[in-house]
Design a protein around this ligand. Structure first.
Ligand code: SF4
Length: 386
């Protein structure tokens, strides 16, 4: 079955979807124009990705501090290399626009990278690499079956009792391994129609007791926009929990400001904030303070990370991450095996090596600091414990 969609840069894409009886669309493949490489997006509109959601048209004087920092992010790979004294590597950069997934990284995150180190684990997460152009068998645009799990506009329903809202397509940082790097955000956002379709779907299904805000990064939305959503959800009697999946407190901790804290405090449900940090070096004093503010405003904090080759695939790196997280009051919850999304194959660690790492980690640190090694498989009713 052919399906057309528009990605976050407004590019029209064609998808071929295979359906099996009772298991909808578990295998999805992008139709590419080039046999040499997956040319998913030939052009892009950087402006669309350069601003936090809902503030694109706001005059600069009205921006919150975090929104200004967001706008000031590094989007030029050459500038990033210069900032890190790595300008001599410019010739090896992936030409701008080749993958349609632009560089984006806030200055505060760049400041945590080691100058002069081309193998810095934070740099490798954000720097566009030539390896992204490789067409690797099994690595596809919709690696986790998101499109098949669509239940309403911007609503994905994969697991019993939980509805995931694609709140926005914006992110403060563009992670090269992102499993939604090809997601058609322009068509699938729960914020459309003032959240009406999304909230209507949740209200109509009394089996849903937990809403997960995802994206993109839901904290890219302004706090008033989040309040608009929570006000609408507050009228749904069967909701018992709210979960927020976000990388913003890690990459731009200024996002956890007074206004956001006040919103968090008055929510009528217990709230779990699931952070996303992959390396201990990501967690500096500013991130620790943001975690403290989240906790002070009533949130329970968990972390999910992705096992990434050359970045955190050592026992030392994983132990340091878990210990640093716990220092900040964050439980290391999941360590994800990489989702097989097109353009990210160079980050993959094989299952045997991943299991060995977890075993070695168990021998090194306390059991409660060892995250669960999991994989998400399209069409499965839950994550698979490896
Ligand atoms: S913050 Fe999350 S959704 Fe955004 S690019 Fe990174 S992994 Fe993807």
């Amino acid at each position: 079955m052919l399906r057309c969609a528009t990605n976050r840069w407004g590019k029209r894409l064609k998808w071929e979807i295979d359906e099996k009886a009772g298991v909808p669309a578990i295998r999805t493949r992008m139709i590419t124009a080039s046999p040499r490489r997956a040319q998913y997006v030939a052009d892009e509109n950087p402006a669309a990705a350069c601003n936090p959601a809902e503030t694109d048209s706001a005059p600069p004087r009205n921006l919150r501090r975090w929104q200004q920092l967001w706008r000031d992010a590094v989007v030029d790979p050459h500038e990033l290399l210069e900032l890190l004294d790595l300008g001599h590597l410019a010739a090896t950069l992936l030409p701008a626009g080749d993958t349609g997934f632009a560089l984006r990284v806030p200055h505060g995150f760049v400041a945590r990278m080691r100058r002069g180190d081309a193998a810095d684990p934070l740099l490798l997460q954000v720097l566009p690499q030539a390896a992204e152009l490789l067409d690797v068998a099994g690595f596809i645009p919709d690696a986790v079956g998101d499109l098949a799990a669509r239940a309403a506009s911007g609503v994905l329903q994969k697991y019993h009792g939980r509805a995931l809202l694609i709140a926005t397509g914006s992110c403060a940082v563009h992670c090269r391994y992102c499993f939604r790097r090809h997601f058609p955000y322009a068509e699938e956002t729960a914020a459309a129609n003032g959240w009406r379709d999304a909230v209507g779907h949740i209200r109509g299904d009394t089996g849903i007791d937990e809403v997960i805000l995802s994206g993109g990064d839901p904290l890219a939305l302004s706090t008033p926009k989040l309040a608009e959503l929570s006000d609408a959800l507050a009228s749904v009697p069967h909701l018992r929990r709210l979960r927020i999946h976000t990388r913003l407190p890690v990459v731009l901790p200024e996002r956890v400001d007074e206004e956001f804290g006040a919103w968090l405090r008055q929510l009528p449900w217990p709230v779990a904030v699931v952070l996303h940090a992959n390396h201990a070096n990501e967690i500096d004093g500013g991130v620790a303070d943001a975690c403290a503010r989240l906790r002070a405003n009533g949130a329970s904090l968990l972390n999910q990370s992705v096992l990434l080759r050359g970045i955190n695939d050592t026992v030392t790196a994983l132990a340091a991450l878990s210990e640093r997280l716990f220092d900040c009051g964050v439980i290391p919850y999941y360590l994800h095996q990489l989702d097989h999304v097109a353009g990210a194959a160079h980050f993959a660690v094989n299952d045997a090596a991943a299991r060995d790492l977890i075993e070695a980690l168990r021998r090194r640190i306390s059991g409660y600091l060892v995250p669960r090694l999991v994989r998400e498989t399209a069409g499965e009713p839950g994550k698979t414990l490896l």
